[in-house]
Structure formats: structure tokens, C-alpha cells
Design a protein around this ligand. Structure first.
Ligand code: SAH
Length: 222
């Protein structure tokens, strides 16, 4: 990395990043490809400079508009679970937010489609993803509760915001064998679910963990 800001110093340095990755491994993240991408990705550029000294804490942080950048452990866990049964060609992300989860997923999949309902967040994410040189990503400003039907079917779908129930549209946009990772529930009590499409009309659902995500909301903000 030639850009000194991307490389980071002090609280944003490679050493600080390595420490976070070691902690994730201690907490049970096993997929070395995921850990490697997290080691190489400058999370500090996805948040406000005033908070950058906290970028490698394992915690969610505010990114404006009442939204948060996801906690690194959860990003790792969701990415690992999505990839657990082999490589994925086409993946949909619902809730680009800061673009951090996008930047972890993109190097590990064929093509990544990511939707966000808040335009200013999406625009910032676009700049950052360009800055770190990721090319296999298409962003769209839309209500992702409906998925992205013109790009479906997807081998994987990852949602970073929680609906009350798994949206039927997302299930229908899975390829056969496709995997959907999604937090489900109200503001107090959410479960991270893994839905797998076994056939045209058969799905299995597993619960992975208890989590706390911002809600999936309908409509868009310009
Ligand atoms: N993984 C992101 C998390 C951002 S928070 C990160 O690490 O930064 C979740 C995001 O989902 C928010 O930006 C929110 O605006 C977005 N969101 C909520 N409901 C949505 C919807 N229906 N369609 C698209 N995005 C949505």
C-alpha cells in the first residue's frame, strides 16, 4: 500500500490490525482467507477520522444517519458462514453502510452486488471502495428488502440490517444451493439465521448466534 493513510500509523497501524485479527482467531474464526482479508483491510478509512483511533476495537461504531459500521467479529462470522460450503460466484449484500463488510466480502467472491437505502452513505462507500481498488462490486441505491431481482439468482445473500421476518423476495432470489445470512427480529432480540435453498421450494433455516443489528427499513433516503 503506497497511500500512507491507507497503511495507517499508531492506533491504525498494521500492528493494531494484526492484534484484532489474532483476537478474532481466538474467538473462533477459523477461515484463514477471511482473517487474511481482514488483516489487509484498513477499517479506519470506513469511519470518521475523529473515531479512527477506535477502528480496530471489536465493536460497532456510528457512521451517521443513525447507522453503524458492523462489529469485526460479526463481519468475520457472517463472511465465514456464507463461504462455508465453497466459493460463491454472485453475492448480494443488503445494507452497504460504510462499505466495510463489502470490502471484506468482495475479494472472496466472484461478483458482489450491494444495495443501500441511504444515498449519502452509499456515495461515501463508493469512494472508499474505489480508493482501495476493489473492482468486482456494483452498488445500487434502493430498498434492499426487495433484493435486486434483475441480478438474481444469487449464490449468497448477506443482510447487515434486521427485518422482523426473513423477506420472501430474498429467499426467492437465491439460486438452488444458495445461502442467505440474515439477522432477524425486533430491536431487543435478534437471531442471526442461515437459510439454505435446497430446491425450488425447500429451504432449511439454522440459527447461528444472538446479534444486534440496525433494523431493515423500507423506502429510500436521497
Ligand atoms: N455492513 C455495514 C453495516 C451498515 S448498518 C457496515 O459495516 O458498514 C446497516 C445498513 O443497512 C445501514 O446503512 C442501513 O441504511 C441499511 N439498510 C437498512 N434497511 C435497508 C434496506 N431496506 N435496503 C437497503 N439498505 C438498508
Amino acid at each position: 500500500m503506497n497511500d500512507p493513510q491507507l497503511r495507517g500509523i499508531g492506533m491504525t497501524s498494521q500492528r493494531t490490525r494484526d492484534r484484532l485479527v489474532n483476537r478474532l482467531r481466538d474467538q473462533g474464526i477459523l477461515d484463514e482467507r477471511v482473517l487474511d482479508v481482514m488483516r489487509q483491510t484498513p477499517r479506519h478509512i470506513f469511519i470518521d477520522e475523529a473515531l479512527s483511533h477506535r477502528a480496530y476495537e471489536d465493536t460497532a461504531l456510528p457512521i451517521g444517519f443513525n447507522q453503524t459500521i458492523s462489529q469485526p467479529f460479526i463481519v468475520a462470522r457472517m463472511t465465514e458462514s456464507l463461504l462455508a460450503e465453497g466459493p460463491l460466484k454472485r453475492v448480494l449484500e443488503v445494507g452497504t453502510g460504510s462499505g466495510y463488510q463489502t470490502s471484506i466480502l468482495a475479494p472472496l467472491v466472484g461478483e458482489l452486488f450491494s444495495v443501500e437505502r441511504i444515498r449519502p452513505l452509499q456515495e461515501k462507500a463508493r469512494e472508499r471502495l474505489k480508493r482501495i481498488g476493489l473492482k468486482n462490486i456494483q452498488l445500487k441505491h434502493t430498498d434492499g428488502g426487495m433484493g435486486w431481482s434483475s441480478k438474481a439468482p444469487f449464490d449468497g445473500i448477506l443482510a447487515a440490517c434486521a427485518p422482523e421476518e426473513v423477506p420472501e423476495e430474498l429467499k426467492q432470489q437465491l439460486a438452488i444451493g444458495g445461502r442467505l445470512i440474515i439477522p432477524v427480529g425486533g430491536s431487543e432480540n435478534q437471531e442471526l439465521k442461515l437459510v439454505v435453498r435446497l430446491s425450488e421450494d425447500e429451504f432449511t433455516t439454522d440459527v447461528l448466534e444472538c446479534v444486534k443489528f440496525v433494523p431493515l427499513l423500507s423506502g429510500t433516503i436521497r
